[in-house]
Design a protein around this ligand. Structure first.
Ligand code: G1P
Length: 287
C-alpha cells in the first residue's frame, strides 16, 4: 500500500461553544478543564501519543487565549523553581514543548467543512488526522482512537472516519454512515447523511475522529452549504472516490454536552490516585 506517514493533526477550536454559556462568554470552551487539565490538552496529548509531530489548531480572534496557553513562559518557570516548585515548572514547560503547535484562523463560522478547508496551506499534500474537541475518547485497553485510525489508514490508503454504534434515538445528532461491506472493524462507506431527522441509514455515527487524505480539500472547495446552512465535512467526505469507516475501541465522552462533561469529570476523578477515594465515597453518600 502506497501511503504517506501521518505527521499532522488538525483540531478545530474556533466554534462559539454556545452549549456551554455563560462560561463560554469568558473562556474558550476548549479551555474548560476536566478537573485540572483543559480539554484541548487531552486532544493534543492524544495526537502526540499517536505519533503526530505537528498539531494545527483552528481558532478565531476571540480564542487567542489558546495560543497563550501553549506558549512557553520561561519567567513563570523560573519563578516556580525559585519558589521550590520544580514539579509545577515542569508541568507548564511540558505544555509548550509537547509538540510543534501552529494556529490557523477561521474568521467566519461557516461550519466544520469550512474550518478544515482553512488548513489547506498548513496541511499541504499529505494525510492528516482531525480531532474534534467535543469528543473526548479514552481507550483504557490499548491504542488511542487517533492511533487506531492512523493504523487503519496504513491498511486502506483512503480517508477513514472513526465511528461507533449509537442508540437509534440519537442518530439525529451525528453524521451517519450508509454501510457497504463490513470486514471486522472496517466498514465500507457507500454514503453518509449529516444529522438525519428521519430514517437514518444505520446506527454507525461519526464520533469526532477522521483520517483525511489531502484530496478532501478539493472536495470541500466544491461543497455547498448543507445541514444547518453550514459547509459540512460529511458532505465532502461522500464525494471521495473511496471511503471507509473504522469502528474504533474506546469510551467517548461528549464534553460539549453538560451531562457528558459531568460524566467525564466523575470518571476521570475516579481514575486518579489523588482523588478516587474521596470522590467515590462522596458519590456513594450522595446517591
Ligand atoms: C460534527 C459532525 C458530525 C459528527 C459530530 C461528532 O457535528 O458534523 O458529523 O457526527 O461532529 O461529534 P457537531 O456535533 O459539531 O454539530
Amino acid at each position: 500500500m502506497n501511503t504517506k506517514k501521518v505527521r499532522k493533526a488538525v483540531i478545530p477550536a474556533a466554534g462559539l461553544g454556545t452549549r456551554f454559556l455563560p462560561a463560554t462568554k469568558g473562556i474558550a470552551k476548549e479551555m474548560l478543564p476536566i478537573i485540572d487539565k483543559p480539554t484541548i490538552l487531552y486532544q493534543v496529548e492524544e495526537a502526540v501519543n499517536a505519533g503526530i509531530e505537528e498539531v494545527i489548531i483552528i481558532i478565531s480572534k476571540a480564542k487567542e487565549e489558546i495560543i497563550h496557553f501553549f506558549e512557553r513562559d520561561e519567567r513563570y518557570e523560573e519563578y516556580l523553581i525559585s519558589k521550590n516548585h520544580p514539579e509545577f515548572a515542569k508541568i507548564i514547560k511540558d505544555i509548550a514543548t509537547l509538540a510543534k503547535i501552529t494556529f490557523v484562523y477561521q474568521d467566519e463560522q461557516k461550519g466544520l467543512g469550512h474550518a478544515i478547508l482553512c488548513t489547506k496551506q498548513a496541511v499541504g499534500n499529505e494525510p492528516f488526522m482531525v480531532i474534534l474537541g467535543d469528543d473526548l475518547i479514552v481507550n483504557r485497553s490499548g491504542d488511542n482512537a487517533s492511533k487506531q485510525l492512523i493504523d487503519a489508514y496504513y491498511k486502506t490508503g483512503t480517508s477513514i472516519l472513526g465511528v461507533q454504534t449509537v442508540d437509534e434515538k440519537v442518530t439525529y445528532k451525528y453524521g451517519i454512515v450508509r454501510p457497504g461491506e463490513i470486514n471486522e472493524r472496517f466498514i465500507e462507506v457507500l454514503g453518509m447523511v449529516e444529522k438525519p431527522k428521519t430514517n437514518p441509514p444505520s446506527r454507525y455515527a461519526a464520533l469526532g475522529r477522521y483520517l483525511l487524505t489531502p484530496d478532501i480539500f478539493d472536495k470541500l472547495e466544491h461543497t455547498e452549504p448543507g445541514a444547518g446552512g453550514e459547509i459540512q465535512l460529511t458532505d465532502a467526505l461522500t464525494k471521495l472516490d473511496c471511503l471507509y469507516a473504522y469502528d474504533f475501541v474506546g469510551e467517548r465522552y461528549d464534553i460539549g454536552d453538560k451531562f457528558g462533561y459531568v460524566r467525564a469529570v466523575i470518571d476521570f476523578s475516579l481514575e486518579r490516585e489523588d482523588l478516587k477515594e474521596q470522590v467515590s465515597e462522596y458519590v456513594r453518600k450522595k446517591s
